[in-house]
Each structure stands twice: as structure tokens, then as C-alpha cells.
Design a protein around this ligand. Structure first.
Ligand SMILES: Nc1ncnc2c1ncn2[C@@H]1O[C@H](COP(=O)(O)OP(=O)(O)O)[C@@H](O)[C@H]1O
Ligand SMILES: [Mg+2]
Length: 226
């Protein structure tokens, strides 16, 4: 079973009286454990495609199958349930809750999955330790650097051991060193947790590190190395 299979997926947006495809007839397969970079200039459809893959949005045509489950036609409730269990998301802006500590932020997905307190504590402690973030466990996000915050966001995205991590320009707001550091974090977790990673970026320093890349232009795949 593949991690992700898209068949002839199209998503149209309407602006004014014009309707245009932000994602235009895209077919692709992502293998389990594959690390794939979606690259292309701003406006090429990377975010739209990631949102379709994560069932945050639905296509106007075509099908999206994620870990063997047809998500393009699933009810919102089923899609939300699937996301909570099987997917992790990282966005350009870290979406950490400022009122919660680092430990509490990373714990959130496990709370939503109603895991018991002992399991949550152990899992979060272990993950923060593995990432060298233990000393920040009681800190609030406001006290962290942009790179540290984004690493915490990555930890939170994988704490429940999802099958797939979807990351949308996770290093766009970072300097080169912090960006590399965030990518190191994603790579080490991917290896350890046998994670499929699909990451959108237009940063050559980042996608240069990916073996598999798909290039988008105007919503279409124009180059594919997978
Ligand atoms: N909700 C929306 N409504 C209308 N147009 C949108 C919407 N989201 C994205 N677009 C348009 O779709 C195209 C692709 O956008 P996007 O997927 O965000 O590209 P990227 O992430 O590669 O920068 C752009 O032309 C963008 O303006
Ligand atoms: Mg985008």
C-alpha cells in the first residue's frame, strides 16, 4: 500500500469572474517511508496540493487516497478523525499555543487522542530528550528562538507517531543554520519513526537535500524525480 496516491486531482478557485485550477490534473504516488519535496515558485500550487493530501480541502475532480483510505469523498468527521490519528502537520508559522509550555504543546495531539497521562508524559519526555529539547520543556514558546519553536512544532506533529508528516514551507522564516537544524530534526525523526515526509518548499538549500522531488508550475507537475 502506498502512503499517498493522487489520481487526476484538480482544485479550482474562483477569483472575480475567473475560475482557474490551482492544482491541475495531478497524479502521483508517494511510497511509504519516502521523503518527497514539493518544489516550485510561490503560487505554483504547493499549499493547495498539501491541503488536498491532508484532507484539509477537497478536490473538484480526481481522487486522493491516503494510507489506503479514500479521503476525497470522506465525511468531514471521518477526515478529521483520520488526520488526528495518521497525519502530522507543520506550517510556515509555528502554531504553538503561547499559553502552554513546550511540554504541554507537544502533548496536545495525545490529549486529543485521549491517551492516558502516564503514556503522554513518557512519550513527550522521550521525544524532547531525543531532540535535545528537554531543557526547554517548561519554557513557554515566547522564550524560544524561531528555530527552536519550529523544532517544537515538528515534535508536536510527530508525537502520536503518524504515518505521514505534511510540512508546508517549515523553514521559510528561518536563517540558513536554523533551517538546516529543523530539517535535521525532520530527517532523524523520519528515520526513527519510519515516517513518510511530504514537504513543500521553494528554498533550494532545503530541497537540495531531498532525493525525491516533484516540481510544480501553475498547478501542474513539470518535473518529477521520485
Ligand atoms: N482560497 C483561495 N482562493 C482563491 N485562490 C487561491 C486560494 N488559495 C490559493 N489560491 C491561488 O491558487 C494558486 C496556488 O496557490 P498556493 O497553493 O498557495 O501556491 P504556493 O503554495 O505554491 O505558493 C495561487 O494563484 C493562489 O493565489
Ligand atoms: Mg504555499
Amino acid at each position: 500500500m502506498s502512503a499517498m496516491t493522487l489520481k487526476e486531482v484538480t482544485r479550482r478557485f474562483v477569483t472575480g469572474n475567473r475560475s482557474f485550477p490551482a492544482v491541475d490534473n495531478v497524479s502521483l504516488t508517494v511510497r511509504r517511508g519516502q521523503r518527497l519535496a514539493l518544489v516550485g515558485p510561490s503560487g505554483s500550487g504547493k499549499t493547495t496540493l498539501l491541503n488536498l493530501m491532508g484532507a484539509l480541502d477537497r478536490p473538484d475532480g480526481g481522487t486522493v487516497q491516503c494510507l489506503g483510505v479514500e479521503l476525497s469523498t470522506a465525511s468531514e468527521r471521518k477526515a478529521a478523525d483520520f488526520r488526528r490519528k495518521h497525519l502530522g502537520f507543520v506550517f510556515q508559522q509555528d502554531a504553538l499555543v503561547p499559553e502552554l509550555t513546550v511540554h504541554e504543546n507537544v502533548e496536545l495531539p495525545l490529549v486529543l487522542l485521549r491517551e492516558d497521562a502516564a503514556m503522554r508524559r513518557e512519550t513527550v519526555d522521550e521525544l524532547l530528550k531525543a531532540l535535545g529539547l528537554s531543557q526547554n520543556a517548561r519554557a513557554y514558546p515566547g522564550a524560544l528562538s524561531a528555530g527552536e519553536k519550529q523544532r517544537v512544532a515538528v515534535a508536536r506533529a510527530v508525537v502520536h507517531s503518524p504515518g505521514i508528516l505534511l510540512a508546508d514551507e517549515p523553514t521559510a522564516n528561518l536563517d540558513g543554520i536554523s533551517a538546516g537544524w529543523v530539517l535535521d530534526t525532520i530527517e532523524s525523526l523520519a528515520r526513527k519513526k519510519d515516517l513518510t515526509v511530504i514537504l513543500a518548499t521553494h528554498d533550494a538549500r532545503i530541497f537540495g537535500r531531498f532525493e525525491s522531488t516533484i516540481r510544480l508550475e501553475d498547478g501542474r507537475i513539470v518535473e518529477s524525480h521520485v
